[in-house]
Design a protein around this ligand. Structure first.
Ligand SMILES: C[S@@+](CC[C@H](N)C(=O)[O-])C[C@H]1O[C@@H](n2cnc3c(N)ncnc32)[C@H](O)[C@@H]1O
Length: 204
């Protein structure tokens, strides 16, 4: 369904807006991880065009093959994002656009904890999450059976803080390209400029 998804969802004002928030906080030539990168457009392609070094990860072989064709200048890995293991402090930015909602709710906390460790001090995590608790359900979507899973908003925010991240922007927004709402969170890993928070943040 990778081509069907791309045809239907390659343009979104909402996604562009949040991608803009992420970009505004990345240093020059940032190292960025895109979890559930899909076909690499528009997110990876846009970031690479700005001179960032991007690694895209997706569990779909077809999405990764499309992404490699769309963005030869990025690195792509075909793997399950919950099975990833990076050294601590590997990335300036980690994004997950519309992909966390396909990860089992019980696995989102441990994954967010690892994301907190993979970020450098001052690094940014930006992701869309589900609204309202709806654990592990499968429904028809774009002509196939699709797995979805959400924690409620308070639980998601609690998981972000438990990972040692500070929420900078939290907003629930209706999508412009389908009848759906997502909880958007942009969070930052404290650094020396945060003083005491940096010293008391959980160590990875
Ligand atoms: C709705 S698409 C979003 C694609 C892209 N991020 C975008 O903004 O259009 C969700 C993507 O997440 C991927 N995905 C879902 N669960 C995953 C997992 N556990 N590990 C890696 N990729 C996953 C899917 O294969 C799919 O490409």
């Amino acid at each position: 369904m990778a081509e069907v998804y791309l045809d239907r969802f390659s343009r979104s004002v909402v996604r562009d807006r949040w991608l803009g928030h992420l970009i505004a906080h990345l240093p020059e030539g940032a190292s960025v991880l895109d979890l559930g990168c899909g076909a690499g457009v528009p997110v990876v392609r846009h970031l690479v065009g700005l001179g960032h070094r991007v690694t895209g990860v997706d569990g779909s072989a077809r999405q990764i093959s499309l992404a490699r064709a769309h963005v030869p200048g990025a690195t792509f890995l075909h793997t399950d994002m919950t099975a990833l293991d990076w050294p601590n402090a590997s990335f300036d930015g980690i994004a997950a656009f519309y992909s966390m909602t396909h990860v089992p709710a019980a696995e989102q906390g441990p994954l967010i904890g690892r994301i907190g460790a993979w970020l450098r001090p001052g690094g940014i995590f930006l992701a869309s999450f589900g609204t309202g608790a709806a654990h592990d359900w499968t429904g028809e979507w774009l002509g196939t059976d699709m797995f979805f899973s959400h924690n409620d908003e308070v639980t998601t925010s609690t998981l972000i803080r438990a990972a040692g991240l500070r929420q900078m922007r939290v907003e629930t927004m209706k999508q412009d390209d389908e009848d759906a709402r997502f909880l958007w969170i942009m969070a930052r890993k404290p650094d020396r400029s945060d003083g005491r928070a940096y010293l008391t943040a959980p160590m990875p």
